[in-house]
Ligand binder design. Sequence first.
Ligand code: SF4
Length: 180
Amino acid sequence: MDDVNRKGVISLSYVMDVTGTHVWYYFICKREVWLLIHNIAADQDDENLDLGRFINEHTYERNKKEVLIGNIKVDRVRKERGQLIIGEVKKSSRYLESARYQLLYYLQTLRKMGINASGELLFPEEKKTEAVYLDEESDQRLKEAVEDIRQIARQQIPPDPKKIKFCRRCAYREYCWAEG
Ligand code: SF4
């Protein structure tokens, strides 16, 4: 079901499906969350988007086991000593908080389905991995974030742009900061 009606307005009664991508952007820029949810087209020629696609498509190619669970798509799934481990591949650890919460959101979604799993973030360019566990504190923080994302989605206009470091590599930078 569409979460946006023909006028581009989110229905108040509809409980929007939040995705891992929404969660990732929420911890970077709330305006970007609104732009994504309202299907505002980003600059498709942006080189950052292309690099992200390239890495997603070519890194860990031999180990790639992308799996769809419910409405979430995870890069890798493996088992170690009986423990299910969900892996998420990122091109950089620069936005670590966002990456953590995106993965935690997947773990939370799985838990709601009765599946207990832990996570690992994979940064192939940096040859680094980081273990991620869903504890009480992060579980609560995520619930608040998801509610806030739904609240942002219901707004008629996007939050004002705020200059942050990410703007330089954001596909919406022309949209937010073009002169005139
Ligand atoms: S350009 Fe900056 S303010 Fe605009 S959506 Fe991107 S990160 Fe947010």
